[in-house]
Design a protein around this ligand. Structure first.
Ligand code: ADP
Length: 422
């Protein structure tokens, strides 16, 4: 079965965001971690989101990786390609949005594409080509001080023009508000005038959906996750995507439950506290971690042996800011981070070997380490636990159910709730 939509995202959390949007719009979606292996088997999947880490690397590397991802998608006969970047258009004058879009457009054989990072729900709106964050211009928002991609020009036509040799145009709100047919007409007129890239205004979700509909025949679409809302309708209208499929269904997963928490964010601290007395908890003591290093995982696994089952065990490095600082002062910030990540990752693979198959991890970096330790390369996106945090299932072998929560996400009973949703 050919893939309907193939997306290339320039970072991991952005990829998850997009994958979540596509599932909610009725597409069965897999997110891969990096460029997928050639032998990855995908049955009954409508969309694949390839998560790269290409936002802030040199443009030539971002192009190379994005093209490699495109070749993989092309090998699956993808009908439309989507390049996903941040809703604040994070990039420098050297790239990578312009150079990657140019390379993908050429590879896909299209003459024109649109750029629309708008995400009204999160306060990102575009008007006359100017990007607003909340009620201020992008250049007045905290993005002006971003350590890697400071955004000091709010006009996306100018920003993109500095990143591409091609002509950049604008489809303004006056046209967008008239709906898909008018947007398509404006795009055709721009294309006829030699414009290859069109910044498109959007202030509301309705705008985004109309823009999505207008992109029906484009080989390449680029934007934030919001613009993806209207794309599934095009496939449905063409009879390629059935109506009413349960896009968030996951294969059944049986196995022990576990929670690994390495986030020290306030929300996570509350969530760990909530589980005290409800499930067996191993709290990693910094002294033990320093003394035993990754070897501490063996002690944790011995402890967990007779506790594994339906009820999760919770292994936590989560600590209050003064404790975190104390460890950082003692061994260094990066060392403290990798020490805890290493222990939690080794615990994850040990738990897997002992039959754990339903795993929740808390923390962005922590989740990255856990996914790596479990050797997971692709995830089917399932039902949402809390906004922005879906259950997923690994695509290969006997599936592992994984829910990865970044720091400040989720309600206080998140961990408890998670296993109820599965
Ligand atoms: P978040 O999503 O909340 O930012 P991350 O997992 O991305 O969570 O980052 C938390 C970092 O803190 C990780 O590198 C983790 O290993 C580290 N860490 C966890 N517990 C401690 C601790 N007790 N002391 C110092 N660092 C810790």
């Amino acid at each position: 079965m050919p893939l309907l939509l193939g997306a290339i995202a320039d970072d991991f959390t952005g990829a998850s965001d997009l994958a979540n949007t596509l599932v909610k719009s009725g597409m069965r979606t897999v997110q891969t971690i990096g460029i997928p292996p050639d032998d990855l088997e995908l049955d009954d999947i409508d969309a694949v989101v390839v998560a790269l880490k290409s936002r802030s690397i040199p443009a030539s590397d971002a192009i190379a990786q994005s093209l490699e991802a495109y070749r993989w998608l092309e090998g699956r006969s993808v009908r439309q390609t989507f390049f996903k970047y941040c809703s604040t258009f994070d990039s420098t004058d050297d790239g990578n949005i312009g150079p990657v879009a140019d390379a993908l457009l050429e590879a896909a054989g299209g003459d024109t594409t649109i750029f629309c990072p708008a995400f009204p729900e999160n306060g990102r709106q575009i008007f006359n080509g100017y990007l607003f964050v909340g009620d201020v211009l992008l250049s007045e928002s905290s993005m002006r001080n971003h350590p890697l991609t400071p955004m000091t020009d709010p006009n996306l036509v100018r920003v993109l023009s500095r990143q591409t040799p091609h002509k950049v145009g604008l489809i303004a709100e006056t046209a967008v508000s008239q709906g898909a047919a008018k947007i398509r007409e404006s795009l055709n007129a721009l294309t006829a005038g030699g414009v290859r890239h069109a910044i498109v205004d959007a202030a509301t979700d309705r705008d985004l959906i109309e823009i999505g509909h207008a992109c029906r025949d484009l080989k390449l679409v680029t934007g934030g996750s919001g613009i993806a809302m209207g794309l599934p309708d095009n496939f449905r209208a063409a009879g390629l995507l059935p109506n009413g499929i349960q896009a968030d269904a996951l294969p059944p997963v049986a196995g022990h439950a576990a929670i690994l928490s390495g986030s020290c964010s306030e929300a996570t601290r509350g969530q760990v506290t909530h589980m005290q007395g409800r499930v067996p908890v191993w709290q990693i003591v910094p002294d033990d971690a320093v003394e035993k290093g990754v070897g501490l995982a063996d002690d944790i696994l011995d402890w967990a042996r007779d506790k594994l089952g339906e009820t999760p065990v919770l292994v936590s490095a989560t600590a209050a800011p003064e404790q975190v600082r104390a460890l950082q002062d003692r061994i260094g910030r990066d060392e403290a981070g990798s020490l805890m990540e290493g222990i939690l990752a080794a615990t994850a693979s040990g738990l897997y070997a002992r039959g754990a198959r339903r795993i929740v991890s808390a923390g962005g970096e922590t989740s990255g380490a856990v996914v790596k330790a479990l050797d997971v390369r692709a995830l089917r996106i399932g039902p949402q636990i809390d906004p922005g945090v879906p259950w997923t299932a690994s695509v290969e072998r006997d599936p592992i159910a994984l829910a990865m929560k970044s720091g400040n996400f989720g309600t206080a009973d998140f961990f408890e709730k998670a296993f109820g949703v599965l």
